[in-house]
Design a protein around this ligand. Structure first.
Ligand SMILES: *[C@@H]1O[C@H](CO)[C@@H](O)[C@H](O)[C@H]1NC(C)=O
Ligand SMILES: *[C@@H]1O[C@H](CO)[C@@H](O)[C@H](O)[C@H]1NC(C)=O
Ligand SMILES: *[C@@H]1O[C@H](CO)[C@@H](O)[C@H](O)[C@H]1NC(C)=O
Ligand SMILES: *[C@@H]1O[C@H](CO)[C@@H](O)[C@H](O)[C@H]1NC(C)=O
Ligand SMILES: *[C@@H]1O[C@H](CO)[C@@H](O)[C@H](O)[C@H]1NC(C)=O
Ligand SMILES: *[C@@H]1O[C@H](CO)[C@@H](O)[C@H](O)[C@H]1NC(C)=O
Length: 303
């Protein structure tokens, strides 16, 4: 019984010891943590204003923040308590490396002072307005359209997206070489009012650029694609004209003839010769009323 008790006591004291050690360890790490230096963006372009933010977990009113570029202390227009440092990127040497330090001489939280890890900006060229190039090939399935888009300037990689009117028709196509992004699609038919444009953007924030809107071109290197599409319509037109030629040619003749005939009085009685001829003919055949069938002979009723 005795040994059991002492064993329990031993275990108990061991666990207390561990707890104290754990507490010590957390206290030690809390005592002097490194601050963290960050910015809204790590990629910048020349002329951009940015802010460096020095942050720690436990804030206090009496903490002082110090900013450095390399080993050089940066004076700040902000008061010493601010954890934000504003700067303007005008040349390559404004990119860094930056670091910051926190110090608290009054509170016991930050008795020591520690530097943050280095922070560098990356300089990027903004994309220039991209140029869209459209080519069209007529195929059995419809118009085979190739859209090409390239931005002459701007740091790579550049993401390109193609739009019809305002709707994206392609995924983002990422190019890490300065070559046009390409997107192919087939269109069964065209209303003729389609407009396309492309968007180019790189990692710089809020820096997307758009090409001009372009319609589907009427011609391209491979011939006149739209002409081909319009061919059936053209053929129909030609056929109509062909159909109209005889009508135009024959109608006047027909009219002239009709006019001549119209001059002949309708009353057969006025031309006894003619009437006499008809009369004798039809009377001989059927003996029916002539006037009812002036131009076609009556059916034979010989029976
Ligand atoms: C950047 O800040 C400076 C003054 O600090 C101001 O003159 C300039 O217009 C700002 N530039 C941009 C792009 O906001
Ligand atoms: C920051 O840039 C400097 C000089 O360009 C370089 O020596 C350093 O390694 C960079 N640090 C980081 C964290 O990228
Ligand atoms: C491209 O960049 C060069 C130099 O940075 C500049 O001279 C040129 O005007 C730019 N071109 C366009 C289309 O923005
Ligand atoms: C469009 O692309 C075609 C074929 O690649 C090329 O011949 C033509 O010069 C390009 N046009 C423009 C304006 O880039
Ligand atoms: C688009 O079509 C052209 C011409 O047929 C072809 O050369 C090119 O590889 C196609 N591009 C893509 C991304 O499918
Ligand atoms: C570019 O597109 C790729 C996917 O194609 C995507 O993962 C990446 O985040 C895009 N980058 C930008 C800056 O939009």
């Amino acid at each position: 019984m005795m040994w059991k008790k002492s064993f329990l006591v031993f275990l108990f004291s061991l666990s207390i010891q561990n707890a104290v050690l754990d507490d010590d360890r957390t206290k030690k790490t809390d005592e002097c943590p490194s601050p963290r230096l960050s910015s809204q963006t790590t990629v910048v372009t020349k002329g951009q204003n940015v802010s460096l933010i020095c942050s720690i977990e436990k804030k206090s009113q009496t903490i002082m923040y110090y900013f450095y570029q390399g080993d050089k202390y940066l004076r700040t227009k902000d008061n010493g308590e601010s954890n934000i440092f504003n700067l303007r990127i005008s040349e390559a040497r404004d990119l860094g490396p930056y670091k910051c330090k926190v110090q608290d001489s009054i509170s016991s939280v930050y008795r020591c002072s520690k530097y943050s890890p280095d922070f560098n900006f990356t300089l990027l060229d903004p994309v220039a307005t991209p140029v869209l190039n459209i080519s069209v090939i007529q195929t059995e399935a419809g118009l085979y359209i190739t859209l090409r888009c390239i931005s002459p300037n701007g740091s790579l990689p550049i993401n390109y997206t193609f739009f019809e009117k305002n709707a994206a028709i392609s995924p983002a196509i990422s190019k890490d070489v300065r070559q046009p992004a390409e997107f192919n699609f087939t269109k069964k038919s065209t209303q003729g009012d389609e407009e396309y444009r492309c968007e180019a953007k790189n990692r710089l924030l809020n820096n997307a650029k758009y090409s001009q809107y372009s319609p589907i071109p009427l011609t391209d290197g491979d011939g006149c694609a739209l002409c081909l599409q319009l061919l059936p319509v053209g053929l129909l037109l030609v056929l109509k004209v062909i159909a109209l030629i005889p009508a135009c040619w024959i109608l006047p003749k027909y009219k002239a003839r009709k006019a001549m005939r119209d001059n002949v009085p309708e009353d057969y009685g006025h031309t006894p010769m003619e009437v006499g001829e008809y009369e004798s003919m039809y009377k001989n055949q059927a003996g029916e009323d002539l006037t009812a069938f002036p131009s076609s002979p009556p059916m034979s009723t010989s029976g």
